[in-house]
Design a protein around this ligand. Structure first.
Ligand SMILES: CC(C)(COP(=O)(O)OP(=O)(O)OC[C@H]1O[C@@H](n2cnc3c(N)ncnc32)[C@H](O)[C@@H]1OP(=O)(O)O)[C@@H](O)C(=O)NCCC(=O)NCCS
Length: 150
């Protein structure tokens, strides 16, 4: 299930975002300190959705910013259930975007080297529409923009 985050969930998600495997595929890779996270949370928490697995355990984050989305999971907590959670989360995010939010298109940035997520996006009907270079903590990396319509 995908539901709006509560304000009190601020500290739950920081370790998920700071997990090395999430930082490695992010567009800023430094460890986010609690103060930086708190400042960001004040501004953005109402854009954050929490993904709960079928046991009702919160284990993922989806952020909608207009027609753009991004997501990450509680890699540590999910262990070998990660792949299944990825698929459920992506399905629910698509339904939420086109249903609840009423969007007509949805797109997101993924690093070219993040092959697993690019394959997942393809499976859910996202198509690559452009690619470009972005500096990721000073290192040029290729970012793939994938999007789909309703
Ligand atoms: C992984 C992913 C979410 C990271 O993207 P990101 O741009 O680093 O982070 P977000 O989209 O969450 O954040 C956008 C902005 O908010 C900031 N931000 C995000 N979370 C923050 C936090 N907890 N505290 C402070 N700032 C934060 C980011 O630094 C970024 O700032 P910028 O626009 O000035 O660069 C994104 O690359 C993505 O969705 N990739 C595809 C899916 C994927 O691979 N997911 C991980 C698999 S588990």
């Amino acid at each position: 299930m995908l539901r709006p985050a509560t304000y009190a969930e601020r500290d739950l998600i920081l370790p998920w975002r700071n997990h090395p495997s999430v930082r490695a595929v992010s567009l800023t890779t430094h460890e986010i300190k609690p103060e930086e996270h708190a400042a960001w949370w004040e501004k953005r928490w109402q854009n954050v959705l929490i993904y709960e697995d079928d046991r009702g355990v919160p284990c993922g984050v989806v952020i909608f910013d207009g027609n753009t989305w991004s997501f990450y999971l509680d890699t540590e907590g999910l262990g070998d259930r990660q792949l299944a959670a990825w698929m459920r989360l992506e399905k629910e995010a698509v339904d939420y975007a086109f249903g609840t939010l009423g969007l007509e298109t949805l797109g997101g940035e993924t690093l070219e080297e993040n092959k697993q997520v690019l394959a997942l996006h393809r499976r859910f009907g996202f198509k690559e529409t452009r690619r470009y270079e972005r500096l990721v903590d000073g290192v040029p990396k290729t970012v793939v923009w994938t999007e789909r319509g309703k």
